[in-house]
Design a protein around this ligand. Structure first.
Ligand SMILES: [Zn+2]
Length: 332
């Protein structure tokens, strides 16, 4: 069995995905005809100048495409098809509150459209993404609107950590938890370990998107391990946004070896030019992960996935089955 066959056979989970950065390329091209194809950002050695540059680039892909409820459905349909083709069984997808409000689109209808776009063999969970740089929108009426969609699964804090700490989002996160919703936040990406520590404490999190800069703080690393806090990491995203200096400097292997519960995802595949399969190949080819390690990452993901216990048990058993196959590729 080749590495690529193994990766395809592995039941996978995409834990960290923004629909704005995942709009299928044919939808983007139909609206933004002036963009070259392939765009320069897909090159392996491409680096964004700054988070602002990245945010401006991503806007070119969603501003003219995610304009109606139907367009959310079409985009999600394309995203989910690509994931299902890669044998991805579970996805947590977020949509931007700010963009939805700017377009006056009802959040309940967005959530329903995304949920309805999922094929039967893919469990899709929908998160409302709230930007750190727009805390002023969080009036009570807006919090109520965010938490109102019956099919919403959770809330996620997005955006530039340096623009705003977590304090303005305490009420939203507390109310979300009270209603049984999942909560997670981006942290330890554009700012250092203190920002990540504060975000975990103030918003009472067990899930962090990225979290890569925890490596700078031994105390935080120990805490991640003892409290089983899950980090949904995206190495290509960190490399292209200059969170790390280069591929060799990315500490994802250290997190895994030290026993931090990490998962791997794409973040914004249309902007970053990567698929989940690409990310898993990258782990093997550039970071020295064994195939057993890849299976462990999927097991990490399904253990925290929002799915019924019987379904989770079935997939974990399937993962065990893939690992039990007699292959000569178990390195390390
Ligand atoms: Zn993200």
């Amino acid at each position: 069995m080749q590495t690529s066959d193994f990766i395809q056979a592995l039941p996978k989970a995409e834990m960290h995905l923004h629909i704005e950065g995942a709009v299928p390329w044919d939808m983007v091209q139909a609206q933004a005809r002036l963009l070259p194809s392939p765009p320069p950002w897909w090159a392996t050695d491409y680096r964004f100048d700054s988070f602002r540059h990245f945010a401006d680039t991503i806007r070119q892909c969603y501003e003219s495409t995610l304009t109606s409820i139907d367009s959310y459905y079409s985009a999600a349909r394309g995203v989910f098809k690509s994931l299902a083709d890669q044998n991805v069984r579970y996805v947590e997808l977020s949509f931007s509150l700010g963009h939805a409000l700017s377009r006056n689109l009802p959040l309940t209808e967005i959530v329903d459209a995304i949920r309805q776009a999922a094929p039967a063999d893919l469990t899709a969970r929908v998160f409302c993404g709230v930007s750190r740089s727009r805390p002023h929108v969080l009036r009570n009426k807006v919090i109520e609107a965010i938490l109102n969609p019956p099919e919403l699964d959770g809330v996620d804090l997005h955006g530039d950590e340096n623009s705003q700490g977590p304090a303005p989002f305490v009420d939203l996160f507390a109310q979300a938890r009270q209603r049984g919703l999942a909560t997670k936040a981006h942290a330890g990406e554009l700012a250092g370990p203190q920002s990540m520590q504060d975000t975990i404490d103030i918003l009472q999190l067990t899930r962090v998107e990225h979290g890569v800069r925890a490596i700078e703080d031994e105390g935080l690393m120990s805490r991640l391990i003892t409290q089983a806090i899950t980090l949904d990491m995206c190495p290509t995203s960190n490399i292209k946004l200059r969170v790390v200096e280069n591929i060799a400097a990315h500490p994802i292997r250290q997190f895994h070896q030290r026993g931090v519960r990490i998962t791997v995802s794409t973040d914004n595949p249309t902007i970053l030019g990567c698929s989940l399969t690409d990310e898993l190949h990258l782990l093997v080819e550039r970071f020295g992960f064994s195939l057993r390690d890849l299976a462990q990452l999927q097991s990490n993901a399904f253990r925290v996935a929002l799915m019924p216990a019987a379904k989770r048990a079935g997939i974990l058993a399937e993962l065990d089955g893939v690992l039990a196959r007699p292959v000569d590729l178990w390195r390390n």
